[in-house]
Design a protein around this ligand. Structure first.
Ligand code: ADP
Length: 190
């Protein structure tokens, strides 16, 4: 299996690039943010809980997120692989993902980390707010909080994969096509 962690700060382009990658490699796209938003829309109990964190730009608790991720993975029979988008976001999530994949006799192949500086992220999120309808994109204070949570809790997850020699940084600045090409060539050289 080809299992990719597509990593990067809010607004780095993970969702956009995931669409290109699933098409090219036949992978299953698993975005924790998308699953939470679908639950909010469906007014489930999980959605209600997730919303209370997401609206403030905080992380949904690890245990809830990890359980949700596991059940999403189990929905797929014989997948070619997964793109994990927005997961793992904490060290505990990364450890849990490794343990879980081991029970399925598979593992993470690579973490591809999109690198974009903070000014550009804020610009992109501001633009996205006009079309996404996402409450967490509309409020600059919430955006600031998400970036801070990323820097404090999520960015350290890089070293987890660096220690396993599975980390590749990708320049996330440029046209969407140019960035897709960088991702393809990183994957094709594995
Ligand atoms: P972005 O990367 O643009 O912030 P996402 O759609 O990935 O957007 O995530 C939106 C929100 O969903 C996060 O701010 C967080 O509240 C919640 N969330 C998504 N993935 C996770 C995760 N792995 N752990 C905890 N919370 C998560």
């Amino acid at each position: 299996m080809l299992n990719i962690v597509l990593f990067g700060p809010p607004g780095a382009g993970k969702g956009t690039q995931s669409e290109r990658l699933i098409e090219q490699y036949g992978l299953v796209h698993l975005s924790t943010g998308d699953v939470f938003r679908a639950n909010i829309k469906g007014e489930t109990e999980l959605g209600q809980l997730a919303k209370s964190y997401m609206d403030k730009g905080q992380l949904v608790p690890d245990e809830v997120t990890i359980n949700m991720l596991r059940s999403e993975v189990m929905k797929h029979e014989n997948p070619a692989g997964f793109i994990f988008d927005g997961f793992p976001r904490t060290h505990a999530q990364a450890t849990a993902l490794d343990a879980f994949l081991a029970t399925l006799n598979t593992e993470i192949t690579v973490m591809l980390a999109l690198e974009v500086q903070e000014d550009e992220l804020k610009e992109r999120l501001k633009k996205r707010a006009e079309v996404s309808g996402r409450a967490d994109d509309a409020d600059p204070a919430v955006i600031q909080n998400r970036i801070q949570v990323y820097n404090n809790e999520t960015a350290p997850v890089k070293s987890f994969y660096q220690e396993q020699n599975k980390f590749t940084a990708i320049d996330g600045i440029g046209t969407i096509d140019a960035i897709t090409e960088r991702l393809f060539s990183a994957i094709d050289s594995i």
